[in-house]
Write a protein that binds this ligand. Structure first.
Ligand code: MN
Ligand code: MN
Length: 473
């Protein structure tokens, strides 16, 4: 005999929103674990925006994507089903799968950013003090500075030498390579520092990385430890001190992403913000069949400092690519570009703040994302009275919600913490300013912007399925 449900139970099921754990909605958990393993490799290879671009291009080319510039050079047309990518100065990249309709009818875009908070070398970084060689850094993006001391650090970047040669620098990731280090005070002598606020305990000018300690030279040589570091850099990379001026060298946490917890359900790693959404979008576009509208992924630089510059989302790069694509399909005019963008829908693919059970006081439980409850749909970000936000239109949010529900995706709504506790933004408002429909949607993270951020493998998997469903239309 089956148990009869009470009318209240039935009413509850009909009316109340059910919050599901994403794991309960993943039939084959091995699939989510395998996906996470591939993501960890992607993350380990993508420590900077430039390295991330290289990684994305490799994925793209291995899956039949061709450089849009080559198509233009060869005077080819763009056809339904064509796969193209375009690189912007090695720091941002877009991919597009041409749909059944012309690009001028609008696109479905998933846009993430591939820069992460870090330390950049100053233009004149190297000095010697107290038998140590050190390098001055200037932090990039919103970091909590005290978190970057006393951890192993690696160096990645490019240097343009005096003969205009590009030298790629990468040091500190392999087990047999040395790492770099920022010191902090011992507790025994930290009486004054301990009275300072967390924000002031380690300040920007304290973020000096130790890069050497062995002298080189004779009794007349000044700054022998510094000279030795320069000698090694010259041997290894053919660099001289002045080259640092025309360089972009980034200091990031050394080491690989790791599983976290006895059940291995979480991933700790540097740069989940926002390479987790990047990987989810990348895998999504690679796996869809030819959609009705052209599917596009945008992987942009400079989000962490406001999206300015010619590689940030404020640049005209995406619009230029859309223009080129229209020009390869039909008679070109500007109005077609404007109309294409107006008819474009965008998921601004960025991570959200998950509720941290150790610090619940900064979140409002009813409107927070929880680790494990799936991909997070964020109608608006901003600070205080929604300042600086992109507030997605209800009609569009409704459409996205339906896509997710129709595709059995575990999703949750969420704000970025309590009102007046702080706030933040994404690239959402930029394409929205041009007239596209945009809503924020991404993976919830704990310890965001720290050297070792935390996400759930189930949330990662739902994010990928969500982006894939969104582009597969
Ligand atoms: Mn982000
Ligand atoms: Mn961020």
């Amino acid at each position: 005999m089956t148990e009869e449900k009470s009318e209240f139970k039935i009413l509850e099921k009909e009316l109340k929103k059910e919050f599901k754990n994403a794991w309960d909605n993943i039939e084959n958990r091995e699939e989510a674990f395998d996906f996470a393993d591939e993501y960890k490799k992607f993350l380990d290879n993508s420590k900077t925006e430039r390295l991330c671009v290289e990684e994305i291009i490799e994925y793209a080319e291995n899956n039949g994507y061709v450089n849009l510039d080559d198509l233009i050079k060869d005077g080819k047309k763009l056809e339904t089903g064509d796969k193209v990518y375009a690189i912007n100065r090695g720091k941002s990249v877009v991919m597009a799968l041409i749909g059944k309709e012309n690009v001028s009818k609008g696109l479905n875009i998933v846009g993430s950013h591939i820069d992460s908070p870090r330390l950049d070398l100053k233009p004149n970084p190297l000095y010697e003090d107290s038998n140590l060689a050190l390098m001055k850094t200037h932090y990039y993006g919103g970091i909590r500075k005290y978190q970057w001391a006393t951890i192993p650090l690696a160096i990645h970047g490019v240097v343009i030498t005096k003969d205009n040669k590009i030298v790629k620098v990468s040091y500190g990731e392999n087990e047999n390579e040395p790492v770099f280090y920022i010191s902090d005070l011992l507790p025994h002598l930290a009486k004054d520092q301990a009275k300072k606020t967390l924000a002031e305990g380690i300040n920007g000018e304290n973020l000096n990385i130790i890069v050497g300690s062995i002298p080189y030279g004779d009794k007349d040589t000044k700054e022998k430890v510094k000279l030795n570091v320069l000698r090694i850099l010259n041997e290894k990379y053919n660099l001289i001190e002045e080259d640092f001026l025309s360089a972009e060298i980034e200091i990031v946490p050394a080491g690989k992403a790791r599983d976290i917890g006895f059940d291995r359900g979480l991933i700790g790693g540097y740069g989940h913000d926002d390479r987790v959404c990047t990987f989810a979008a990348l895998k999504g576009i690679l796996e869809i069949e030819v959609p009705t509208k052209t599917a596009m992924t945008v992987f942009t630089d400079k989000e962490e400092v406001g999206s300015q510059g010619n590689t940030g989302a404020q640049s005209k790069f995406v619009e230029n690519v859309v223009s080129e694509m229209i020009n390869l399909q039909e008679d070109f005019n500007q109005l077609k570009v404007r109309r294409a963008i107006t008819n474009t829908q965008v998921l601004s693919a960025d991570v959200g703040a998950g509720l941290d059970p150790t610090f619940p006081e900064v979140s409002e439980k009813l409107n927070s994302a929880f680790i494990g409850n799936g991909v997070q749909l964020v109608k608006y970000t901003g600070a205080r009275g929604k300042g600086g936000c992109n507030d997605a239109n209800a009609e569009f949010v409704g459409e996205v919600r339906k896509i997710f529900n129709d595709n059995n995706i575990t999703w949750q709504a969420g704000e970025l913490g309590k009102i007046d506790q702080g706030g933040g933004g994404t690239i959402a408002y930029l394409l929205a300013n041009d007239g596209a429909e945009v809503v924020d949607c991404g993976t919830p993270v704990l310890s965001m912007h720290s050297p070792f951020e935390l996400i759930s493998k189930a949330d990662l998997f739902m994010t990928y399925r969500a982006y894939k469903a969104f582009m597969n239309r």
